[in-house]
Design a binder for this molecule. Structure first.
Ligand SMILES: Nc1nc2c(ncn2[C@@H]2O[C@H](COP(=O)(O)OP(=O)(O)OP(=O)(O)O)[C@@H](O)[C@H]2O)c(=O)[nH]1
Ligand SMILES: [Mg+2]
Length: 222
């Protein structure tokens, strides 16, 4: 049977739409972070910690991607921030078109838009949605070899957060090897080690994200 190559055109048209989304985010003056990790790595927990640390100083919106349901959206809205849900039904990632569909729902300007992508280490990395940067989360029970086995995400992610560091005494995860593996895929990656449960390591993340928001807003003034 003859195979038809469709992935390339799909990605090209996604790229075009992502560019249009990015222009819209630029006009809104928002820093957009696309958060990608495997199911259960701690995306929602990380987002909730970020909200707690930054909501006093910044206006935050969360775009929540799930195959089905709104469990994460509901727990995030209880923190008093706006949330927009995208249910993808069968798709294992968010793409630029799905993101574009919810953009008209954004009725005010936010300093920070956090996008929780579908739990998956593979497909979400392939689709630009118009974000400023991708942030990967690697949790310690998953193993320190994952950056080498799922290289695209760790290659593209400007930031990798090693989460669940409170579990280090109980799991075979070597932070120094994980850092080496992340840097092998992306030598310029910014790496944080945190626990979303104990909040250890978050001060540094808050400083980094605040700096990025400020840099973004200065850029727009020029
Ligand atoms: N011990 C420990 N547990 C954590 C940490 N972060 C998250 N968890 C727990 O891990 C489980 C999954 O966390 P979530 O934040 O829901 O993970 P997620 O990546 O959003 O999951 P999906 O949206 O289903 O893909 C929950 O039981 C959290 O309480 C952490 O740093 N340490
Ligand atoms: Mg979640």
């Amino acid at each position: 049977m003859k195979k038809i190559k469709v992935l390339k055109p799909v990605l090209v048209s996604n790229q075009q739409r992502a560019k249009e989304n990015r222009s819209m985010f630029d006009r809104m003056n928002s820093l957009v972070i696309n958060i990608i990790a495997s199911p259960g790595a701690g995306k929602t927990s990380f987002i909730k910690n970020l909200i707690t640390g930054l909501k006093g100083s910044h206006k935050i919106l969360v775009i929540e991607g799930d195959i089905k349901g709104q469990i994460d959206s509901e727990s995030i809205s209880r923190l008093g921030v706006d949330v927009i849900q995208i249910n993808t039904a069968t798709e294992c990632h968010l793409d630029a078109f799905m993101t574009a569909q919810v953009l008209p729902k954004i009725k005010k300007n936010y300093d920070l838009i956090l996008v929780e992508n579908i739990g998956n280490l593979v497909c979400p990395a392939e689709f630009d949605i118009g974000e400023d940067f991708k942030l990967a989360i690697l949790s310690t029970p998953e193993g320190d070899d994952k950056p080498l086995k799922y290289p695209l995400l760790f290659h593209l992610a400007r930031v990798t957060v090693i989460n669940k560091c409170d579990l280090l005494p109980y799991v075979d995860f070597r932070p120094d090897i994980a850092r080496k593996n992340i840097k092998r895929e992306n030598p310029r990656a910014v790496i944080f080690e945190v626990s979303s449960k104990t909040e250890q390591g978050f001060e540094e993340v808050f400083r980094f994200v605040s700096k990025e928001i400020n840099a973004r807003q200065k850029k727009d003034k020029h």
